[in-house]
Design a protein around this ligand. Sequence first.
Ligand code: AMP
Length: 397
Amino acid sequence: MFIIINSGSSSLKFKVFDNIEGKTTIAEGLAERIGVDGKVVIKYQGQSITAEIEMKNHEMAVKIILDQLLDLKIIKSYDEIKAIGSRVVHGGEEIKESVIIDEKVKDIIKKSVKLAPLHNPGALVAIQAFENIVPKVLQVASFDTSFHQTIAAEQYLYPVPNNWYEQHQVRKYGFHGISYQYICKYFAEINQKKPQDLNLVICHLGNGSSVCCVKNGKSFDTTMGFTPLDGLMMGTRSGSVDPSIIEYMIKETKQDASKITEMLNKQSGLLGVSEVSSDMRDITIAAEKGDKKAKIALEMYTQRVAQWIVQYLNNLDSKKIDGIIFTAGIGENSHVVRAKIIEKIKLIPLEIDDEKNIAPYSDFKKISKKGSSINIFAFRTDEEKMILNDIKKYTKN
Ligand code: AMP
């Protein structure tokens, strides 16, 4: 058995696979409200089992999840666990690929806590909890930042005093790397291409949204920056705004910088503009019904993605472009958003096939017409499968 973990600040998602190829998910679940009260939901054999159990911290959550796996006979004993893979948001500059977790790696994750204060602590505690409970089991970490370590200094540096970078690590790190890696791997396999020959613009459009320019198989640039607040407009995040707004709003509202930053993270984006919802489904429905603010939010969102696509295509050799890919919750599911984005790209002759765009699909589909100058795809991402694949490097079965 292989367990894949994705820990948030007060939650812990997990998936259990019976083999390294990940063809079937045996069970999956979520421990949430960690540190508040505690609730565990496990989906297993078509059933959803919910338990309300107090979880003071991530260590208790890990213990409860493992107990539930035993109680439900998903595993007969801890000996059946072959490896555990964890998603870690931030690996700083040092981690460039998935790694076996040892003391040095734990130190790097710890050092990066100040760069990802909401995410790295939960991951670290969960890793430590597994180590305490099943010390002999191999643990591997996959990082959201590592895929972007190929970005060159002229892209990752900000035009600010150099010592902000040299002394304070202020630079673009980029996120959603596990998802981009998955798309690249499977796109290359499906199209029988060498990974190093891939040239793509990938739009990961979910509650958090970013775009990545993949040049010769490597991340050349991405829209998220020092934190996941940068770049595109998102569900509740503003994306890039004039930085002077922060000081101005501090003075206007007499609130401190952390409150304004929190508003940029949690009350902006689709939610802030539409005043309807952060959920793209609600936005499209409200816009269709004529809600003016929802319409503006939808137009803003799609306009910003379109602009980044054009910018990023400009970094690629036009004869070698393999495609534009839409992925994550919105990118995979919203034909309306995909069509609107492509419609807003005027510089390049792109043509969406409306029937293909709307048609149901399983893993991926081409949604462009034959005459489109660049192929366009919708592609379902699977970060857990990518982490499982990362474990494969370090195990025999
Ligand atoms: P993610 O963060 O990748 O889970 O994506 C979450 C986002 O995907 C939310 O904004 C959802 O509204 C959006 N989403 C999921 N399904 C659809 C759909 N059928 N149409 C539009 N948006 C969707």
